[in-house]
Design a protein around this ligand. Structure first.
Ligand code: GTP
Length: 308
């Protein structure tokens, strides 16, 4: 059996959002005039699908100002897709590897369970496929299992991992990683960080210690601070952005688990709310289930344009 294509994976990942949106819209459209009450309901349906209030309001405004007397389901979905694409297009930006001197240092942050470890492996795989040399640093030293898990992925991808003991000093490992990465001419150093710190203060202290150590070796580092978000957590993912943006200087996002039970609309809400680059999305547990995304393709899928 051939594995599902990227497009099919995306269709699955956004099913919950596009399905709910479809159900909500179907009852409203058809012969009905797009009067104010119907427009209100369409706006509510969009918000209920996690799309974010600003996008919902823009769709409403367009439907009303363009004075559609009556509109079929497809016409409304096309407008929804166009507005979603406008929000996604400016943030759909793959990570660029451009740092000189090498290595480019990418800190990966996020709460435990968000898919951080898997994302690091997927990113390493994507970059090695583009012929970059990659080294990983097991900076989440809080759990032995986390270190072991990253080792399994590093072996699978075929990249070296710098790791230490459980409870060890993450900043020290990062220092060792940059030293070794520089000596070995590595292009990209991807650093895992702890997600299970007690509070914001502790998180900030840990990350600023890593930053200080990095800064001593290369004032430009870290070049990227990538926050990993779990799409199944819906609005909770949005509040994590606020916390990490303030405490960790996030430069970009990756959204994982946009398959199965994902609330895919949250991708649009995250883009709308932060304007931060979204470097890639994850749609499954294997190395290939991870890529930058095409805003138009994702917008049409969410709006269900090709399904009616
Ligand atoms: N369906 C699906 N599952 C994913 C995806 N990314 C990660 N997972 C799964 O989510 C779970 C948590 O992923 P990890 O990568 O271990 O997450 P973590 O943030 O490193 O969490 P800890 O290991 O607890 O620190 C694992 O079972 C992964 O297989 C994805 O894109 N889709």
């Amino acid at each position: 059996m051939t594995p599902p294509s990227w497009h099919q994976r995306l269709l699955g990942g956004f099913k919950r959002t596009s399905g709910r949106l479809g159900d909500n819209l179907t009852g409203l459209l058809g012969t009905q005039h797009l009067d104010d009450a119907t427009l209100d309901e369409i706006e509510d349906a969009l918000i209920a699908s996690d799309l974010g209030p600003a996008t919902a309001a823009k769709v409403r405004e367009r439907l009303s100002t363009e004075r559609y007397e009556k509109m079929d389901a497809r016409g409304v979905r096309v407008v929804v897709a166009e507005e979603i694409a406008k929000v996604l297009a400016p943030v759909a930006k793959p990570l660029e590897i451009e740092a000189f001197p090498r290595p480019q240092v990418i800190l990966v942050i996020g709460v435990n369970g968000s898919g951080k470890t898997t994302t690091i492996a997927k990113l390493a795989h994507l970059l090695t496929e583009q012929d970059y040399s990659v080294m990983l640093v097991a900076g989440d030293t809080f759990r032995a299992a986390a270190i072991g898990q990253l080792q399994v992925w590093a072996d699978r991808v075929g990249v070296p991992l710098i790791s230490g003991k459980e409870g060890g000093d993450a900043a020290g490992l990062v220092y060792e990683g940059v030293k070794r990465g520089t000596a070995e001419g590595i292009d990209v150093l991807i650093v895992d960080t702890a997600g299970r710190l007690q509070n914001k203060r502790e998180l900030m202290d840990e990350l600023s210690k890593i930053r200080r150590v990095l800064g001593r070796l290369n004032p430009e580092a870290p070049h990227d601070v990538v926050l990993v978000l779990d799409a199944t957590t819906g609005q909770n993912a949005l509040s994590q952005i606020d916390v990490f943006k303030e405490s960790a200087g996030v430069t970009g996002l990756v959204m994982t688990k946009l398959d199965g039970t994902a609330r895919g609309g949250v991708l649009v809400a995250a883009a709308e709310r932060t304007g931060l680059p979204i470097h890639a999305i994850g749609v499954g547990e294997t190395l290939d289930d991870f890529r930058p995304f095409d805003p138009n393709e994702v917008a049409r899928i969410i709006a269900g344009v090709d399904e009616v």
